[in-house]
Unconditional design. Structure first.
Length: 353
């Protein structure tokens, strides 16, 4: 039997391509139907932001938007403004802040949990090994009432430490501020998140600052303390990324962002020096060497929010007992946790091309 004529065959092929939503014959991709004029990624001065910076620099999301940009947020107040006023499309944030914002009406979904261990007590005293060793001492504490402070208090109270009687907490605005107090000998202990930990250790080991700065030690791993206090693995579902109203109802776009973040995190893990140089170009307060050190010492793994839900809700239950306002009064519902599983075949097809 003779096939269709050449003009007719071309028409059929073009129709099939149009039905497939592909730019060419037989192509299948996970790309959304339309590009955004701009995709804004935002995060703090912490390791959770490293993959976002990589995503912006590498062009990994060029198919999603005409321009992809990373901007840092400096404190939790600025984060909340960005989320509530729709000033970013993808935001790295502590999981409790994501839940609080959601329960207050912000349009977002938690896409992943990627930060499982960044918090350390850094001390001038090498004898400090456990939280109990800090009784009667002063500790510089960043972000009062937010994740570092909350986790510290949960663990300390579980271990029978009275925060008012047994410790002297000196609250400061950011981890960088706490680091500076430590380096300048104005406090002996500070709760720091990476990369501020590595920054402090680097600064005190460098000339000429080492002539006046104290010797510092990674004294207490808060993730290990968490595991011992609650009988769990030594990891805390601390932070991840959330997709905001501009993208959260575009399933293919959400799937692409999730994949790109995981791939960028893998690149940072295997290219620590290059990652350090990249991050330092965007965040003046950080040095390339300290960022590279932090990559090696941070527990970072991109886990889909739905898969991390059990560990996240264990933390949330503790927060609800401590202060329901930390979560906006309730556990967030199913819709809080973004799902990308339905689009796995599309992602696999895209990866195969």
């Amino acid at each position: 039997m003779c096939g269709p004529s050449l003009p007719r065959r071309r028409s059929l092929l073009a129709a099939l391509a149009a039905l497939a939503g592909a730019p060419g014959v037989g192509a299948t991709t996970a790309r959304p139907a339309s590009r955004l004029p701009r995709l804004l990624l935002a995060g703090p001065f912490a390791s959770v932001s490293n993959p976002l910076i990589r995503m912006a620099e590498s062009g990994a999301l060029a198919d999603l938007a005409e321009g992809v940009e990373f901007v840092p947020w400096r404190d939790p107040d600025q984060l909340r403004v960005m989320a509530l006023e729709g000033k970013a499309d993808v935001l790295a944030m502590p999981v409790n802040v994501a839940a609080n914002l959601y329960n207050r009406g912000a349009k977002l979904r938690l896409l992943n949990v990627s930060t499982w261990g960044l918090l350390w007590i850094v001390s001038r005293d090498p004898a400090v090994k456990r939280l109990a060793d800090l009784r009667g001492r002063e500790i510089a504490m960043p972000f009062r009432g937010d994740m570092p402070d909350i986790l510290f208090s949960l663990i300390a109270e579980r271990e029978g430490i009275d925060l008012r009687k047994d410790l002297r907490l000196r609250y400061v605005a950011t981890p960088i501020d706490a680091m500076q107090l430590l380096v300048m000998r104005r406090v002996e202990n500070a709760l720091l998140a990476e990369p501020a930990v590595s920054m402090a250790l680097r600064k005190t080991g460098s000339f000429p600052l080492s002539l006046v700065a104290p010797e510092l030690h990674r004294a207490v791993d808060l993730q290990t303390e968490w595991g011992q206090a609650f009988g769990r693995a030594p990891r805390i579902p601390q932070a991840g990324i959330a997709v905001m109203s501009s993208v959260m109802d575009r399933p293919a776009m959400v799937a692409r962002i999730a994949d790109a973040y995981a791939q960028a995190l893998g690149w940072c893990d295997t290219h620590a020096q290059e990652c350090g140089a990249m991050v330092a170009r965007h965040i003046d307060a950080l040095s390339p060497e300290a960022v590279a050190d932090a990559v090696a010492s941070s527990r970072m793994r991109a886990v889909a929010a739905a898969d991390a839900r059990a560990e996240v809700e264990f933390l949330f239950e503790l927060l609800l007992k401590k202060n329901p306002a930390l979560l906006g009064g309730r556990l967030p519902p199913d819709d809080f946790y973004a799902s990308t599983r339905a689009h796995a075949p599309l992602r696999a097809a895209a990866a195969a091309q």
